[in-house]
Each structure stands twice: as C-alpha cells, then as structure tokens.
Design a protein around this ligand. Structure first.
Ligand code: NCD
Length: 314
C-alpha cells in the first residue's frame, strides 16, 4: 500500500491488517508516555482545504506520537487565498521534502489527482462526498472492539447519505468485513444511483431499529444542501432522529455511533448522545490509533513493530 485514497477496492485482508495494526497503537496510547520513535525523521503535512476539528487534530496527534515532524497547512490562511492553485500548493509543500500528505478537500478526486505532483504518500482525509477512509477504519475498529468480528452484524447508517463521504467509506469497509449494511433515509437524502452498492435501503427507521447491532447516525450536512431536501429539520428529526424512546427499542448490546460534529437535537437527541452504549468519544479516541496505524503502514518499517510489542523505545 503506497497511498490511502479510499476503502472502495481494498480487500478484506488489507482492511483487517490495518485494524490489527491499530490494536498495537491502542496499546501504545495507553502507556504513561504514549510515544514511539517509529517515524523519527519523517515529515507529515496536513493540507486542509476544508474545515475540520477531529480529523486534523487526530492526524497531527498521531504523527507526533510516532515522532514524525508535522507541518500544518490551512487553506484559509495560505496563498490559496491569493489564487494559488492546488498543483502549485502541492509542489511548494513537496519542495520542503515531505513523506506524507494528508489532504482534505471539498471536491471528490483531489487526493487521486495530487499524486502526480509529489512523491509523498497521499492519505485522503475526506474528499467531497466521495470517501473518508480513516473515519471508516476507526468506526470498524470501534465496532470490532465492542462486538467482535463484524461478520453477519447488521449496521444501519441513518440520515444524509447523499452528501456523506463517511457513509460511502463505511459501507465499503463494513461490507468488506462481512457486515450487512442498511441505509435508512428519506428518498431525497439518498444518491440518485445506488444500484451498485452492496446495501439494503429502507425509508423507515422504526422498521429496522429492533434488528440493528449498530445505529450509525450521520450529520445533516446543511452546508452541502443547495435545495430543501427535507420539509424542515424538526420534521426530519421526528422521523429519523434517534430520540430516547427509539434508543430503547434497539437491542441491548447495540452501539450508537456518530462521526461528529453532532447536531444534538437534529439527528440525535442530546440525552441519547450521552447514553452508555453511545461510543462517540471512543470513536474519536480510536481515531488517533487508526491514523498512527495508517502512517506507520505507509512510512514505517515492519521490524520496528516488534520493538513496540516488547514495550521498547527503539
Ligand atoms: C465528517 C466529515 O468531515 O466528513 N466529520 C469527520 O471527519 N468526523 C462528517 C461530517 O462532517 O458530518
């Protein structure tokens, strides 16, 4: 694996390998000093053309815990404001000598496109509606951690599927791992063509609640909606929001998940987000370990891993 551009097309073995690697870094992150020298001398740059809290901080934390140097680029405070192109920006950043570029952009395909302008490994930190692979990996890890292998598990992804790169990457990851995915949304929040997707679709959350092992709620991405796709947020919430009453109809072991940022009171009721089976902050915590695994896989060398297992600081 030279880049991480998306989950679509990855094999089950490749996904599982990254989750197994994540488990090593979860252990590292539990140590009093959660830092290993694995990527000393490597430089990672986060190139974010779109806003982010979790993904960016998480990659930066991951790089630091692997002892890599990290450079941060934010489009809103860069020469992009002066009209510099993505190509010139990537070539400028590459000229500093970077080993990996984590890129987030509002347009699908930008991570694939920039490969030709740099020798650095490219990691997709979210591109338009297309993919957000590390989010799917941290979600799959979180589920596996609680429920064991995903084989045969039923995962409901609820809400604004149309604008969601998280839904797409998760659907590929979870089905690759043997889970059954049901998309739950009103027809207006589904993409026009989902013929080739390995999923079932229902328009009624109440119909599937009792059968779900995971209820995965998506944020209503109002900034991406150019027309009124739901009558009102209140009506959306009444039909598709996970309120307390609905949460009680989930099986007892079922997990409640959300990629963040949450709109409390829209897709998820405020008190539901704080239930014991809502693992939303665990998802965030696992995000650091997953991103350490990805950076290590792309930039590290396998022999170093053994020294982490011994608790060593090579
Ligand atoms: C998501 C994103 O930006 O794709 N957030 C995240 O990375 N955790 C989901 C969202 O914005 O709704």
């Amino acid at each position: 694996m030279r880049h991480l551009l998306g989950i679509d097309g990855m094999t089950r073995d490749e996904v599982e390998h990254l989750l197994d690697l994540t488990a090593h870094f979860v252990e590292v992150n539990r140590r009093p000093i959660p830092k290993v020298p694995a990527l000393r001398g490597k430089t990672v740059v986060s190139l974010f053309f779109e806003d982010s809290t979790r993904t960016r901080l998480s990659f930066e934390t991951a790089a630091k815990r692997l002892s890599a140097d990290i450079m941060t680029f934010t489009a809103s405070s860069s020469s992009v404001k002066k009209g510099e192109s993505i190509r010139d920006t990537v070539q400028t950043v590459s000229a500093f000598g970077v080993d990996a570029i984590v890129v987030r952009h509002g347009s699908a395909g930008v991570p694939v496109q920039i490969r030709q302008w740099t020798d650095a490994a490219i990691i997709n930190g979210g591109d338009g509606w297309h993919e957000h692979p590390t989010q799917a990996l941290l979600d799959a890890y979180t589920i596996r951690d609680h429920l064991g292998p995903l084989d045969g598990r039923h995962i409901g992804i609820v809400g604004d599927i149309k604008h969601s790169r998280v839904a797409r990457s998760n659907m590929w990851a979870m089905t690759a791992l043997g889970a059954r995915v049901t998309l739950v949304a009103p027809p207006t929040l589904l993409p026009a063509d989902i013929g080739g997707w390995p999923v079932s679709v229902v328009h009624d959350l109440d119909r599937v609640l009792g059968d779900l092992d995971v209820c995965y709620l998506l944020r209503m991405q109002q900034e991406r909606m150019t027309e009124a796709l739901v009558p009102s947020m209140r009506e959306y919430s009444a039909e598709f929001g996970l309120n307390l009453e609905r949460s009680r109809r989930l099986p007892e072991h079922a997990l409640i998940m959300h990629p963040g940022p949450m709109n409390r009171g829209v897709e998820i009721a405020p008190e539901v987000a704080d239930l014991p089976n809502a693992v939303i902050t665990e998802q965030v915590a696992n995000g650091v370990s997953v991103r350490m695994a990805v950076l290590f896989q792309l930039l590290g060398s396998g022999s170093q891993l053994e020294s982490f297992d011994r608790g060593g600081s090579a």
